[in-house]
Write a protein that binds this ligand. Structure first.
Ligand SMILES: Nc1ncnc2c1ncn2[C@@H]1O[C@H](COP(=O)(O)OP(=O)(O)OP(=O)(O)O)[C@@H](O)[C@H]1O
Length: 307
């Protein structure tokens, strides 16, 4: 791994001139106000802001009354969620809770049955082009054009987002270094391991310097060193004004990494707020188990015992 994290594309400063983080998100706001503007922040011609300005205090993402059924199965049952701008937001819940379905609707990948998705105050489903320009997405079970090399895939993603070739080449270089994929830049993505695939998909999500990053299980299958580097990249991204929403099953990671968290089960939000509010003095893991329940003793598997 390189010692120094390369300079990455980061969100452009607010066109309104307001700080990106509200005072309720203390750690991110503190970092944001102290951050030196990077060269990437002043890149001209990036479509990242999509010509969209936001009023001060507007959440990065707001979900209002989202519903989604699959046949008889209600996957998401009226979810409301406010993700403050500049926050590092964790979404946790048991298997089948509705996290992926929620994030898919929040990012324009799955049409809700009912409800509204506001990205920086703009109705995503009413105006998908403006809304999607603000978002970078790492979907669950990501399907990539895997007959491209890693370098080609990032380049393709950048060009699709309207970046010029020179900018794309520069950012592809930085992202490949940050993801420890330089040696495999010219390897076909189909030949990447699961963790490498996750990292190249994350690089594609970052290339246009989105304002909001939505990451479904970004650390799954990623080795500890790469995971630590990705955490640094995300922390740097939040410090420079970006917002991250990340789903994960690793409570310890969410407790350390995120400043906000929502616990989802059965398509409902059980608790949401700052990590300290939600865990209420306990560990996030204990609080999660308390909220969600479902611990079993394993007594039903007597046949598994060898003695
Ligand atoms: N395309 C689909 N067709 C039918 N049912 C679906 C579909 N997608 C999701 N579901 C169902 O909706 C519910 C929520 O699934 P979802 O993938 O959103 O959960 P999740 O919280 O992301 O779970 P996990 O933590 O296991 O990834 C589950 O009961 C799942 O079986």
């Amino acid at each position: 791994m390189p010692d120094a994290t390369p300079e990455l594309p980061v969100p452009r400063p607010e066109t309104s001139g307001e700080p990106a983080a509200p005072p309720t998100v203390q750690p991110a706001a503190d970092q944001a106000s102290g951050a030196e503007p990077s060269a990437a922040q002043s890149l001209a011609g990036s479509p990242a802001a999509g010509g969209v300005t936001r009023a001060p205090g507007t959440p990065a993402l707001e979900l209002r009354g989202l519903w989604r059924r699959f046949g008889d199965k209600v996957a998401v049952a009226g979810i409301d969620l406010v993700v403050p701008a500049g926050s590092f937001y964790g979404l946790v819940g048991p298997n089948g809770a509705g996290k992926t379905t929620t994030l898919s609707m929040a990012t324009g990948l799955l049409v809700p049955d009912a409800g509204t998705v506001l990205v920086q105050g703009h109705d995503l489903w009413a105006d998908p082009v403006a809304g999607k320009a603000l978002i970078g997405v790492l979907p669950d079970g990501v399907k990539l054009f895997d007959r491209l090399t890693g370098e080609q895939l990032i380049t393709y993603a950048g060009l699709l987002r309207g970046l010029d070739r020179e900018t794309v080449a520069e950012r592809a270089r930085d992202l490949l270094a940050a993801m420890d994929l330089v040696a495999d830049a010219r390897t076909l993505v189909v030949d990447y391991s699961a963790g490498m695939t996750k990292k190249i998909a994350l690089a594609c999500a970052l290339v246009h310097a989105p304002r909001l990053l939505v990451l479904d299980e970004p650390f799954e299958a990623v080795d500890p060193v790469s995971a630590a580097n990705i955490r640094d990249i995300l922390a740097q991204y939040v410090a420079s004004g970006g917002t991250v929403i990340v789903s994960s099953h690793v409570m310890d990671l969410v407790q350390r990494m995120c400043d906000h968290v929502a616990v989802v089960a059965g398509g409902h939000v059980l608790a949401a707020g700052t990590v300290d509010e939600v865990r209420a003095g306990a560990s996030l893991e204990d609080r999660f188990v308390e909220l969600v329940g479902g611990r079993t003793t394993g007594e039903g598997l007597a046949w598994l015992r060898t003695s």
